[in-house]
Design a binder for this molecule. Structure first.
Ligand code: FAD
Length: 502
């Protein structure tokens, strides 16, 4: 028989005794939880972090470690870029899509340089050097990168500056980031409890959250939290029932998570009357190599270009999954996307940066490529002719790719089917799937201090949230670095607010 973990809140009067007492209980030890824990402990509260896994990390430790920071950080200055909080806020307001939380974006942008220093003071290293080409993660240890700020339409909306800050690593920086944050939280005095799954919130007579119920090795644990509970449990991409209810477009794709994003924190708070926002929104990482896409064309199942290929690659994925396909024209095959390159473009991207991606089809003419890929007859030929005219003229009148990346494509042509996936050259095996990797952006509605809000917009006493358990900055758009960015920034705010909630 499977045990049912009810999220229905438990009345404090029904709890005969608390096994553990603390001031601030933090549920989930990823980047948001560690940042909250540091600030709460630093403010003098007794802090307990509980995680269902055998140690800290969550998705944060697996991540690229990119953090969206700007407004004039020392790294930006050292690399020769001027930036302002206003330009950063203007970019984020546009890039994070309709419904983005403008108040949070302004606060985040105004506090970004301070947050940079806070991270550095916690030991997170950033190298003052720039990776100046579209990529998911710089293949070098460069600390700064563009995340679409210099691409259309943003280049016309805000003064561009690169704001992707990646901790010094020759690859993914999330592990290093988490090592620094856990060291900071625990040095500040936060205590930890692992292999412990929090199932239910405990509420006092006035609906104030006063603790939680957890399961550890099959037994129940009750935890009293005198000043508040902070939910930093991550999103809900691992919960197919929630995806079906809220974000069905994200079903069936590769899940970008540590396997622990079951939405439990969100459901516990919902059971107490918490409001949620943008639950259908998702980050869509499409399996293309940004350097190849920028040097060629990205086309859909109709053989049409649909976006400027030099933009932040996550926008290409979101566009494929949400916008391009919603009209029904490619219904049933929503991530059918090909990158079309020529030999020069392919060779310009060094082999290690291609992550094992090879052409799936090669042909001497666009018409032959149509036959090989199954694209409609004449479609790719027309798209290529138009693209080459724009490239010759130096202006992409359809999608505004920057002139730097425009060059007429010459035979032979290669098509790369994104469903073939990416794979480090060292790894064998077939990665064929939908070509998309997703995680959820929607979550609990919170204010600037991380209070979880109810349906009337008022705070639920004693309850806080941050990271992907909350909606954070996001509307329906996503830019890399804003997840770790808002999780650490507003996690800190939640930690401070909970510690003061005496
Ligand atoms: C491969 C990869 C690359 C990525 N790259 C980037 C990037 O470069 N920049 C960026 O901003 N984002 C990136 N992301 C996304 C980002 O890592 C996550 O969105 C972010 O780490 C979420 O942080 P969090 O603290 O909210 O959750 P997590 O880091 O996932 O932590 C949540 C923790 O809560 C625990 N937990 C969950 N439920 C319970 C429960 N009921 N009881 C107890 N514990 C519980 C989990 O075990 C987990 O440890 C990437 C993700 C992946 C997987």
């Amino acid at each position: 028989m499977t045990v049912r973990n009810s999220v229905t809140p438990r009345a404090a009067g029904e709890v005969s005794h608390f096994d553990i007492e603390t001031d601030v209980l933090i549920v989930g030890y990823g980047a948001a939880g560690a940042s909250a824990a540091y600030e709460a402990a630093h403010a003098g509260a007794r802090v307990l972090i509980v995680d269902r896994s055998g140690g800290p990390g969550g998705a944060s430790a697996m991540s690229g470690g990119e953090i969206y920071l700007g407004g004039g950080t020392p790294i930006q200055q050292a690399c020769g870029y001027d930036d302002t909080p206003e330009a950063m806020a203007a970019f984020l307001s546009a890039a994070l899509g309709s419904g983005a939380d403008v108040a949070k974006i302004e606060e985040y942008s105004a506090g970004s340089v301070d947050h940079f220093h806070w991270l550095v003071d916690r030991g997170v290293p950033f190298k003052p050097s720039m990776w100046d080409a579209p990529t998911w993660v710089p293949p070098t240890d460069d600390g700064l990168m563009w995340l679409g700020e210099n691409s259309w339409p943003f280049v016309e909306l805000a003064k561009p500056a690169p704001r992707g800050h990646r901790p010094t690593a020759n690859d993914f920086g999330g592990k290093l980031l988490m090592e620094c944050l856990t060291e900071a939280a625990e040095s500040a005095g936060a205590e930890t409890l692992f292999d412990t799954y929090v199932t239910t919130l405990v509420v006092g007579d006035d609906n104030t959250v006063v603790g939680a119920v957890a399961r550890q090795y099959g037994r129940e644990l009750t935890i009293r939290a005198r000043r508040g509970v902070i939910l930093t449990t991550g999103g809900f991409v691992d919960n197919d029932a929630m995806l079906e209810a809220y974000a069905p477009e994200l079903l069936g794709h590769t899940k970008v998570s540590a396997g622990t994003d079951d939405g439990s924190g969100i459901r516990m708070a919902q059971a107490l009357g918490a409001a949620v926002r943008h639950m259908s929104a998702g980050q869509v990482g499409i399996s293309l190599i940004p350097g190849l896409a920028a040097r060629g064309m990205v086309v859909n199942a109709l053989g049409h270009r649909f976006i400027n290929e030099d933009t932040y690659p996550g926008r290409i994925g979101q566009s494929a999954l949400y916008r391009n396909n919603m009209g029904g024209s490619w219904a049933g095959d929503d991530t059918a996307v090909w990158v079309i390159v020529d030999e020069e473009g392919f060779e310009e991207v060094p082999e290690p940066q291609r992550w094992g991606v090879r052409p799936t089809h090669v042909a001497e003419t666009a018409a032959e490529l149509e036959e090989l890929t199954g694209l409609p007859a004449g479609s790719l030929t027309a798209t290529l002719t138009r693209y080459n005219e724009f490239a010759t003229a130096g202006a992409d009148l359809d999608h505004h790719k920057a002139p730097r990346w425009l060059r007429p494509l010459t035979a032979p042509f290669a098509a790369i089917d994104v469903k073939a996936g990416v794979r480090p050259p060292s790894e064998a095996g077939d990665r064929r799937g939908t070509g998309a990797s997703v995680f959820t952006l929607g979550g609990l509605h919170t204010d600037l201090d991380g209070h979880v809000l109810d349906h009337d917009g008022g705070p639920i006493p004693g309850l806080f949230a941050a990271g992907r358990a909350a909606n954070g900055l996001h509307g329906f758009g996503y830019i890399s670095g804003t997840s770790l960015g808002d999780g650490t920034f507003f996690g800190r705010r939640a930690g401070t607010a909970a510690a003061r909630n005496a």
